[in-house]
Write a protein that binds this ligand. Structure first.
Ligand code: GDG
Length: 474
């Protein structure tokens, strides 16, 4: 039974957040985020539906229209939130796909919940999609959906995009359910990744785990009449134009100046903005900063570090531990180095509005992105998009997807603390001329490869590949 929608996006979360109004009623507000911005115009044009969880456990609300998009909520019980979301997604897959920075947990009950919840998403998507529609499944929480969907609806054109890295086979091989995950993804026509290296890792996993003939991004499925799945990279980006315009607003510039004044007008303002996540290398960054102060290569009279650490996954054990470690470290650095007049680290465990973020980017002389592993890292691109004044230096970890594109950043290995310290000092002392030269090149890259282009190129590639496959089959 086919539904009405020609384009269906399936993601763990809906693109809207529930808002409690003062009169006790609830309404829905678009959640901030690149994916929503990227897909909104296509969704409007194509008559789109979005299948996702509304963010709170319990019975789901009825489908509704918000911001021109049909939203189809999926219900998760409190136990499923724990086992499918906090458990298998964030306690197993997240660390496994990020180079096992912390140990993944392998629990059969988590896996069973993951399978069950993926079925529910697939069922809902199958109900919404029109005959021959395109369905675009997002991210690691839903890797079984492509196969489950194809079983129900072989007429669909199915795409999958993985927002996080895909690990080398030697690491992926740990997963007791590795074959099932590969088979789940291979239900798609096109499997997209952030980096070419991720696509290669996936192709290799198809060969090694499932013995499939796979090369140069094409995996042939003899058991399905020779159907071919394509794996390729589509580096995600940001809404460059919107952020560029926001950062040029007078009130945002005024707020940036105010932030610097409130911090005591440091000569150098260093900034970190991350979800409080162990993949982001926040402790490595703090260690480098602490040592620079210890060594006397800089002091709180000339430098301040602002670290925004947005609360995240607060019920997952390793995140509780990380928060403690970060807070102890910040306390130690400030205890040792702060004076009555100057704080060393301004640690902000909150989330902020878009304007405040843009003002922070505009105020910062040096942006520190020190992730140990990151699919892309949008913050790096957001910093660049905010710097219409062509000032500021981006210090960027080699282990981010963004490093493949942003070659004019100062590249660092976050494990090499001495190298990181040298890069921070170099960034602080860089001449305005060199800053401008680098920033111009970075801005050109992000402007030309924005999130709108990302979405369009994925959907075009999907259409093309699906068309070819249909041509071969007929
Ligand atoms: C995953 C992958 C990949 C953060 N704090 C606030 C805030 N943010 C915004 C940032 C940025 C986004 O959240 C975070 O995106 P990142 O890419 O940096 O990292 P993840 O959350 O880990 O995202 C990642 C991404 O998916 C997309 O594919 O790049 O590799 O891990 O946009 O600005 N925004 C606001 N207030 C905050 O306090 N408004």
């Amino acid at each position: 039974m086919a539904g009405d929608y020609d384009l269906v996006v399936v993601a763990n979360r809906l693109p809207v957040d529930r808002v409690e109004e003062p009169d006790g009623s609830t309404s829905w507000r678009r959640s901030p985020g690149g994916l929503v911005t990227a897909l909104e115009p296509v969704m409007r044009r194509e008559d789109g539906a979005w299948v996702g969880w509304a963010g709170t456990p319990g019975d789901p609300p009825e489908p509704f229209d918000a911001e021109g998009v049909r939203c189809v909520p999926i219900g998760l019980s409190a136990e499923e939130v724990q086992e499918y979301y906090e458990g298998f997604s964030n306690g197993t897959l997240w660390p496994l796909y990020h180079d096992v920075i912390v140990a993944p947990g392998y629990h059969r009950s988590w896996w069973e919940a993951y399978v069950r919840v993926n079925e529910r998403f697939a069922e809902a998507a199958a109900e919404q999609a029109a005959e021959g529609a395109t369905v675009w499944v997002q991210d690691y929480q839903l890797q079984l959906v492509p196969r489950m969907l194809r079983r129900r609806r072989p007429d669909l054109s199915i795409g999958f995009f993985n927002h996080i890295p895909f690990p080398p086979f030697e690491i992926f091989a740990q997963l007791p359910w590795r074959k099932a995950i590969i088979d789940g993804l291979l239900g798609a026509d096109l499997v997209g990744f952030q980096r070419a290296a991720d696509a290669n890792n996936f192709t290799r996993a198809c060969r090694r785990a499932s013995n499939l003939p796979a090369r140069s991004g094409r995996i042939r499925l003899d058991a399905e009449g020779g159907r071919e799945v394509r794996a390729a990279s589509f580096p995600i980006s940001i809404d460059y134009k919107a952020l560029d315009e926001l950062a040029q607003r007078e009130d945002v510039a005024a707020r940036a100046a105010e932030i610097r004044r409130d911090l005591g007008n440091p000569e150098f303002l260093l900034l970190g903005v991350d979800r409080l996540d162990y993949t982001k290398g926040i402790l490595h960054r703090l260690k480098a900063f602490e040592e620079l102060l210890d060594d006397g290569r800089t002091d709180v009279g000339e430098v301040a570090l602002v670290q925004v650490a947005t609360p995240s996954r607060e019920r997952v054990e390793q995140y509780v531990q990380l928060r403690q470690d970060v807070e102890v470290t910040v306390g130690r650095i400030n205890g040792t180095h702060a004076t009555i007049a100057h704080t060393a680290v301004h640690y902000l465990h909150h989330s902020y509005g878009r304007e405040e973020m843009a003002a922070l980017f505009l105020a910062a002389d040096v942006m520190l992105v020190t992730a140990l592993r990151d699919g892309m890292n949008l913050v790096a691109k957001e910093y660049v998009a905010s710097r219409h004044d062509e000032r500021g230096v981006l210090v960027l970890s080699e282990f981010t997807g963004a490093a493949d594109e942003l070659g004019q950043a100062l590249m660092i290995n976050p494990h090499d603390i001495d190298g990181l310290k040298d890069a921070v000092v170099r960034a602080m002392r860089m001449s305005p001329r060199e800053q401008a030269r680098r920033m111009r090149a970075l801005r050109r890259r992000v402007a030309d490869h924005d999130v709108q282009r990302w979405a369009a190129s994925f959907l075009e590639a999907l259409e093309e590949h699906h068309g070819q496959a249909a041509g071969r089959a007929s």
